[in-house]
Design a binder for this molecule. Structure first.
Ligand code: GLN
Length: 310
């Protein structure tokens, strides 16, 4: 890859996608997220040797939100093994919005359909072990700090408090899971852990690096150290394809064709197996909660660089 040419193309595609920020709006159900300037758009690409290319608002911090569901799943799988984890949460995509409650009651087992929707991620948070919430969060943060090489990753307190105060829907999901016996740990503590990991603050550059470690099947870019078992990395990438963009995952697979996970603060982590990790930040969201300009940018980049895996 000619780095100068790639860098120019990235800049051009980012600029071309910028107008799409006008089409959506920022998430407002978490009041702190509603304060963010919606016309931001940043992208970073991390290559297998750790080289980072970027354009636009690639160093603006934002909260991971649902992107963190990948990392809590990694920790839960490493601590409990996949048999235990998948006894409590399913592996199937849903056609419903990410915070939907309906299938929890209508499916026979009451298991959340997958770990990428809120109910599934709350069940996963319940499986993360530790003496207290701080220790359980540290397990997720330690993994992400190692993967990014950024020891300063931490949570955005304002976003955390804002979500905690307004999370009636997530509380309803968690109490339903407790009643069904899916959630075995303390409900409020588990919700607290979930809100905290959603508020971990990153930049598009951090996200690109995280995506590259997954692209390398769990091996660190600079040192070659294995930080995630290969099978766990494979499970995550598969969920990114089938469920990572909520109920737009099928459309995204057709239009973009890259494993990806988005969050309602406007981030998207994309992973091109063996080739690169991509981090996008564009807080203006479509009606399904995905970054409008971010999705467009990935579509253009995927076409230009032939990144689609299908
Ligand atoms: N913290 C957010 C929530 O629970 C995450 C949702 C998302 O990013 N889709 O609603």
């Amino acid at each position: 890859m000619d780095l100068k040419q790639a860098s120019d193309q990235l800049e051009q595609i980012r600029n071309q996608s910028l107008e799409f920020t006008y089409m959506g709006s920022v998430a407002s159900y978490i009041p702190e997220l509603a304060k963010v300037e919606r016309h931001q758009l940043g992208v970073a690409v991390c290559l297998p040797d750790g080289t980072i290319l970027s354009a636009g608002d690639a160093e603006v911090p934002f909260s991971m939100q649902s992107i963190s569901k990948i990392f809590s799943l990694i920790v839960a799988l490493c601590q409990n093994g996949k048999d235990y984890v998948f006894r409590h949460v399913g592996k199937e995509p849903t056609g419903d919005p990410f915070n939907s409650i309906i299938k929890l009651e209508t499916t026979e087992s009451h298991k959340p359909l997958n770990p990428m929707i809120n109910a599934g991620a709350i069940a996963v948070a319940g499986m993360i072990r530790g003496a207290n919430v701080d220790e359980r969060l540290d397990a997720v943060l330690a993994l992400m700090r190692k993967m990014t090489g950024n020891p300063h990753l931490s949570i955005n307190q304002a976003v955390y408090c804002s979500e905690k105060k307004t999370a009636d829907r997530n509380r309803a999901l968690a109490w339903f899971l407790k009643d069904s016996g899916i959630l075995e740990t303390d409900v409020e503590e588990t919700l607290d852990l979930y809100f905290r990991h959603c508020s971990i603050e990153v930049t598009a550059k951090d996200v690109a690096t995280l995506g590259m470690v997954l692209a390398a099947d769990g091996i660190l870019v600079n040192t070659g150290e294995r930080v995630i078992p290969e099978e766990v990395a494979r499970i995550c990438k598969t969920f990114m394809v089938t469920c990572g963009m909520y109920n737009a995952s099928g459309e995204f697979a057709i239009d973009v064709g890259i494993p990806a996970k988005s969050g309602v603060a406007g981030g998207i982590m994309a992973t091109v197996p063996q080739r690169m990790g991509i981090g996008v930040f564009g807080p203006s969201l479509d009606e399904k909660g995905n970054s409008v300009a971010g999705v467009k940018l990935l579509e253009l980049l995927s076409k230009e660089w032939k990144l689609g895996i299908f």
